[in-house]
Design a binder for this molecule. Structure first.
Ligand code: IDP
Ligand code: MG
Length: 138
């Protein structure tokens, strides 16, 4: 069993499709062991995406991620990090496989509905960035 951090992004909360995304998560044997709806501050979003701070899309990304509520979640299951990346699909929905969250719901490469950690080490860091261990319930 391991854990990954998921974020349901503002394009999805605005369209009221968080339940549809959670259904795909649960149908694929990941358990939502923590979940909260928050509004990211600019500081919090910049800290989360610090690795991308030199990318040309960074400012737009921060604008977008602070443009509405997000749902931050901890998902648990076998191979959670890779399993969730598989279910999410490619960053650019044009390249995402049929049946993935991004293929079904993403609007474009930026407004792509979900975030998922890309390694076990980053998952731990990202989970700790949003959750206290006491908020994660097996
Ligand atoms: P990931 O979310 O699939 O891990 P990353 O490369 O880590 O993709 O990028 C983080 C987020 O930044 C993406 O999910 C997307 O919202 C945004 N992003 C990535 N590449 C681009 C781009 O080329 N143009 C606009 N936004 C982008
Ligand atoms: Mg990434």
């Amino acid at each position: 069993m391991n854990r990954t951090l998921s974020i349901i992004k503002p394009d999805a909360t605005k369209r009221n499709i968080t339940g549809s995304i959670n259904k795909i998560i649960e149908d694929n044997n990941l358990i939502i062991v923590a979940q909260k709806r928050i509004k990211l501050s600019r500081d919090k979003a910049e800290g989360f995406y610090a690795i991308h701070k030199d990318k040309p899309f960074f400012n737009d990304l921060i604008e977008y991620m602070t443009s509405g509520p997000v749902i931050v979640q901890v998902l648990q299951g076998e191979n959670a990090v890779q399993q969730y990346r598989n279910i999410m699909g490619a960053t650019n929905p044009d390249n995402a496989e049929e049946g993935t969250i991004r293929k079904e719901f993403a609007l474009n490469i930026q407004e792509n509905s979900v975030h998922g950690s890309d390694s076990d080490d980053n998952a731990k860091l990202e989970i700790n960035y949003f959750f206290d261990e006491s908020e994660i319930i097996n």
